[in-house]
Design a protein around this ligand. Structure first.
Ligand SMILES: Cc1cc2nc3c(=O)[nH]c(=O)nc-3n(C[C@H](O)[C@H](O)[C@H](O)COP(=O)(O)OP(=O)(O)OC[C@H]3O[C@@H](n4cnc5c(N)ncnc54)[C@H](O)[C@@H]3O)c2cc1C
Length: 466
């Protein structure tokens, strides 16, 4: 009758649901920019109310993505840009699990515990969906298999380790073609993530080679950025985009415009113009898609499967479901367009969702509308060089770089991590890059532990062995 364990549990919980509980259940899905902001604000606003707050995310920490390229280049330590979700949970409960499905009709969410993959169903009175977006390879399995992504902390660590291995291999060969392939780094996608990633890798590889790899010929290093559009950074105005192009090219990055990557193998990336590039490192930032939980939901979606919400950030026809961040499509009525998917917007949306949730909780009809005009856009494109548009004004060079660092440092939601990042930045400015290779990390599976009620206590076990 039930084709999966999760559907059975959902059915069971649905039948035995506590109808009259006065404690309302608020369930937040996703521990990124949107989810964490909503959680912090709800905890602040709902101190006296009788509510049970739960946040579920498949990663146990919040990740500060704007600094991810700096982890890929070893400039920052990985744990300095992540903050355990539990640190934000003053009243809330955190569950480390992946979300399987959402049943909007019965107000149930099915999750899978990461430890032993057991499924469990959670009830909610109010639901907040903030599951972000995932990397999209557009069904190209070869690109997926042969490229790195830059979306999670594991991705950034993997890229850094791989670059160091390529440098070590290249240092041991006198073969020109082999060294060139090992030292060719290709990034596909010229949005912020792609541009900042190539810029960080460019600095890391060149600095490392000059300080630690005397046998490598720097002329064999190739940094290539592939853009499907006729320019890079489509998020900013053309003038600034042109400035960024000139700077990147001067610092040794080759930019291929109007080009797509349409295939890959272990040592090549195939291009839409019929050409191919020999490279041992391919990083894909070429597109995003929605998590299956979002795309499978029975509600209104756009062509990219984002959920269309009303101005109060509620799902249409569901008064108790809010959607925000990269998985929501929000109309900017003042400009007759849609708000972009950025961390800046997800944070603002999180604040509004918490405010509106309080209004819904108090049975108020008129909710607040989301309006936000971006403070500006910034990117780092080289050593002490950035670009920014602030209040319609273009800034580039050192001042934009400094502004980037000051702004994003101020947004790190932990004083301790702010301090650690500042130390990393300082040490990077005076020391050679760290080219320590972290080898494979052994993993011990603990998902098949059989619990037996008759197991003696540890004390008894120790005594029986002595
Ligand atoms: C490399 C990079 C650089 C960026 N730089 C900038 C920048 O400089 N400025 C800027 O404004 N924006 C930047 N962004 C974009 C920004 O990160 C996103 O817009 C923002 O994170 C969106 O917030 P969110 O809460 O919607 O999603 P996210 O922050 O992605 O959070 C989603 C959360 O949901 C969890 N999740 C997803 N699916 C499941 C599931 N099935 N089960 C359980 N948990 C799940 C994820 O693990 C994650 O914790 C960058 C993004 C990247 C990748």
């Amino acid at each position: 009758m039930f084709d999966s364990e999760s559907k059975y549990y959902a059915h069971y919980i649905g039948l035995h649901k506590s109808i009259s509980s006065s404690t309302k259940k608020i369930l937040i899905l996703g521990g990124g920019f949107g989810g964490i902001t909503a959680l912090k604000e709800i905890e602040k606003n709902f101190q006296k109310e009788s509510v049970e707050i739960t946040i579920v995310s498949d990663k146990n920490s919040f990740l500060f993505t704007p600094m991810l390229p700096q982890v890929a280049s070893g400039l920052l330590h990985a744990s300095n840009i992540t903050i355990p979700i539990r640190y934000f949970c003053k009243k809330a409960k955190y569950l480390h699990a992946s979300i399987d499905s959402v049943d909007l009709d019965n107000q149930l969410v099915t999750i899978e515990r990461s430890f032993d993959h057991k499924v469990r169903t959670l009830e909610y009175d109010y639901l907040i969906l903030a599951l972000g977006a995932q990397t999209n390879f557009f069904h190209n399995e070869d690109l997926k298999k042969h490229s790195f992504t830059i979306k999670s902390i594991e991705d950034a660590i993997a890229i850094k380790n791989h670059i160091i291995v390529m440098l070590e291999h290249a240092a041991q060969t006198g073969n020109y073609e082999l060294q060139r392939t090992l030292l060719t780094f290709v990034v596909v996608g010229a949005g912020f993530a792609g541009v900042e990633t190539i810029s960080e890798i460019n600095q890391f590889v060149k600095k490392s080679v000059s300080k630690s790899y005397p046998s490598i010929n720097p002329k064999n290093i190739n940094m290539i950025l592939i853009s499907s559009k006729d320019r890079i950074l489509p998020e900013i105005n053309e003038k600034l985009s042109e400035k960024a192009t000139i700077f990147l090219e001067k610092s040794g990055v080759t930019i291929m415009k109007n080009t797509k990557a349409d295939g890959a193998d272990e040592e090549n990336v195939m291009l839409s113009n019929g050409g191919k590039l020999s490279c041992a490192t391919l990083i894909w930032t070429g597109g995003t898609k929605m998590d299956k939980v979002i795309s499978d939901l029975n509600c209104e979606h756009d062509a990219n499967k984002r959920i269309i919400v009303d101005q109060s950030l509620r799902m249409k026809n569901k008064k108790n479901v809010f959607v925000l961040g990269d998985c929501a499509l929000i109309k900017d009525e003042s400009a007759d367009t849609f708000y972009p998917s950025t961390a800046q917007h997800a944070i603002r949306e999180g604040k509004l969702v918490a405010e509106n949730l309080m209004l819904v909780f108090n049975n108020r009809k008129n909710l607040k509308k989301f309006t936000f005009h971006s403070l500006g856009i910034m990117a780092i494109i080289g050593n002490k060089v950035g670009i920014a548009t602030i209040g319609g004004r273009n800034i580039s060079g050192f001042s934009a770089w400094l502004l980037w660092r000051m702004y994003y440092l101020s947004k790190i939601p932990s004083f301790g991590k702010k301090l650690k990042i500042s130390v990393d930045w300082f040490t990077d400015s005076i020391l050679a890059p760290d080219v320590t290779h972290i080898g494979l990390i052994k993993k011990k599976e603990v998902n098949s532990i059989h619990v037996n009620e008759n197991i003696p206590s540890i004390k008894e076990q120790l005594l029986s062995n002595s």
